[in-house]
Design a protein around this ligand. Structure first.
Ligand code: KG4
Ligand code: ZN
Length: 371
C-alpha cells in the first residue's frame, strides 16, 4: 500500500479546523499528522455566554478557506498532493456542519478525489489512537465534551458499542451552565478547573443521580454487546439535578448573607461541583471497564482536558492495574487531526462517501462508525 495524504475539515461547532495527515501504508495504522490548524471562535461567543449557532456558521464561512490554505502550507504540500478529503458529517450544529460538508464536497469534486464522511465522536475516539496507536483492546472509552457524555465499548479500534450516555446535559454543558450561573466566563470548563485548585472539594456535598431504571428520555438506545447482560441505564449519566443544586446553594447563600460568594466560597463551590462531575463520570467508566473486561480505559473530548479528571482517573487506573489514556491537550478539544486519523482508518477499508453527502446534526455513533 502506497502512502495516502488526506486533508480533513472539522466545523461541527465553534472551531474551524483543518489538518493534513499521511497514512504511511504500513501494517500498523499509525498516521502521521503533518499539520493541524484550529481557528477558535471563542472570543465571539464569550460575549453571549455560549455558542450562537448563526454566528458560528457565518464565522466558519469567513475562516475556512484561510484555515485550509494554512494547513496545506504548514504540511508543505499543494492541492495536487491530496489523495482524499475527509469531513465531519455530524453530530453538531447543522449550519456549522453544512459549511464544512459543502466545502469538502466541492473540493473532492474539483480534484477528482474520494470523499470520506467522519462521525465527530469517532474523531474524538481516534484522538486516543493518535496518542497511543497500540491502545490495549478491548477498551472502554468515555467521550465527554460540550455536546456529549457517552461511554463506548470498543472490541476493536473501529467498532463502537454505545453502553452509556447522558439522560440530559452533557458534562461540558454542565460545566458551562454552572460557570454561567456563578458569573464566570464562557467556556466554563477551563475556568472552573482553574478556580477549583484553590477550593475545598469536600466543602459542599452536591448530589449526583445514579440511574437505575431504563431511560425515559429519548435518545440513541444503548446496546448490550453480545455476551454481556446489562441492566438498562446503569451506565447512564444525569447532570441537570447537580446544576440545580449548585443554583439553589448560591441562592440560599445570597439570601442568608446578603452578598455574593466571596473568592474562597466561589473556589469551594467550583471544587465541590467538579468533584461531583468527575466522580460520576469515573464511577460509570470504571464500572463499564469491569463489566466488559476492558484492557484499557480511554477518555477523550473537551472535558478530558480537566486536570482533576486526569489525576483521579490515572490514580483509579493504577489501583486497578488498568492503563488510562488521554489525548494531549491540543487533541482533547475540537480539532481536525483526529478527523484526519479517523478518515484514514475508514479509507483503509474503502468506506468512502457519495457526492450527495448531507450534514447530519444528530448522527449517532454505533458499530462501525462510518457514515
Ligand atoms: O470537544 P469540545 O471542544 O467541543 C464539543 O465537541 O463539544 O468540548 C468543549 C467542552 C466545553 O463544554 C468546555 O467547557 C469543556 O469542553 N472543557 C473543559 C475543560 N476544557 C474544556 N471542561 C472541564 N475542564 C476543562 N479543563
Ligand atoms: Zn467535540
Amino acid at each position: 500500500m502506497s502512502p495516502t495524504t488526506l486533508l480533513a475539515i472539522e466545523t461541527s461547532c465553534d472551531e474551524t479546523a483543518a489538518a493534513v495527515a499521511v497514512d504511511p501504508g504500513a501494517e500498523l495504522p499509525a498516521p502521521e499528522v503533518r499539520s493541524s490548524v484550529v481557528a477558535s471562535q471563542v472570543e465571539i461567543h464569550r460575549e453571549w455566554g455560549g455558542v450562537v449557532p448563526e454566528l458560528a456558521s457565518r464565522q466558519h464561512l469567513r475562516d475556512l478557506c484561510g484555515v485550509v490554505e494554512r494547513a496545506l502550507a504548514d504540511a508543505r504540500i499543494g492541492w495536487a498532493d491530496l489523495d482524499a478529503i475527509a469531513v465531519t458529517q455530524g453530530p453538531g450544529l447543522v449550519g456549522s456542519l453544512l459549511v464544512g460538508v459543502a466545502f469538502a464536497k466541492s473540493l473532492a469534486l474539483a480534484l477528482g478525489r474520494p470523499l470520506v464522511a467522519v462521525n465527530h465522536l469517532a474523531g474524538h475516539i481516534e484522538s486516543l489512537f493518535l496518542c497511543q496507536p497500540d491502545l490495549p483492546l478491548p477498551a472502554v472509552v468515555l467521550v465527554v465534551s460540550g455536546g456529549h457524555s457517552s461511554l463506548y465499548h470498543l472490541p476493536d479500534a473501529s467498532t463502537y458499542h454505545l453502553v452509556g450516555r447522558t439522560r440530559d446535559d452533557a458534562a461540558g454543558e454542565a460545566f458551562d451552565k454552572v460557570a454561567k450561573l456563578l458569573g464566570l466566563a464562557y467556556p466554563g470548563g477551563p475556568v472552573i478547573d482553574r478556580l477549583a485548585r484553590a477550593g475545598d472539594e469536600q466543602a459542599m456535598r452536591f448530589p449526583v443521580a445514579r440511574m437505575t431504571h431504563p431511560a425515559r428520555a429519548p435518545g440513541a438506545p444503548t446496546v448490550r454487546p453480545p455476551g454481556f447482560p446489562l441492566s438498562p441505564g446503569r451506565l447512564d449519566f444525569c447532570f441537570s439535578g447537580l446544576k440545580t443544586s449548585v443554583a439553589r446553594h448560591v441562592q440560599r447563600h445570597e439570601a442568608a448573607h446578603s452578598r455574593p460568594l466571596n473568592k474562597q466560597e466561589l473556589a469551594d463551590v467550583c471544587a465541590s461541583f467538579q468533584r461531583a462531575v468527575v466522580d460520576a463520570l469515573l464511577d460509570r467508566t470504571f464500572e463499564a471497564a469491569r463489566r466488559f473486561g476492558a484492557a484499557s480505559v480511554g477518555i477523550a473530548g473537551g472535558v478530558s482536558a480537566n486536570s482533576r479528571l486526569r489525576d483521579v482517573a490515572t490514580a483509579g487506573g493504577d489501583e486497578r492495574g488498568l492503563p488510562v489514556v488521554f489525548p494531549t491537550l491540543h487533541l482533547s478539544t475540537d480539532n481536525a487531526a483526529m478527523i484526519a486519523a479517523a478518515g484514514l482508518r475508514q479509507l483503509r477499508v474503502g468506506a468512502t462517501a457519495s457526492r450527495e453527502l448531507k450534514a447530519l446534526p444528530t448522527l449517532p455513533l454505533d458499530a462501525g462508525g462510518a457514515a
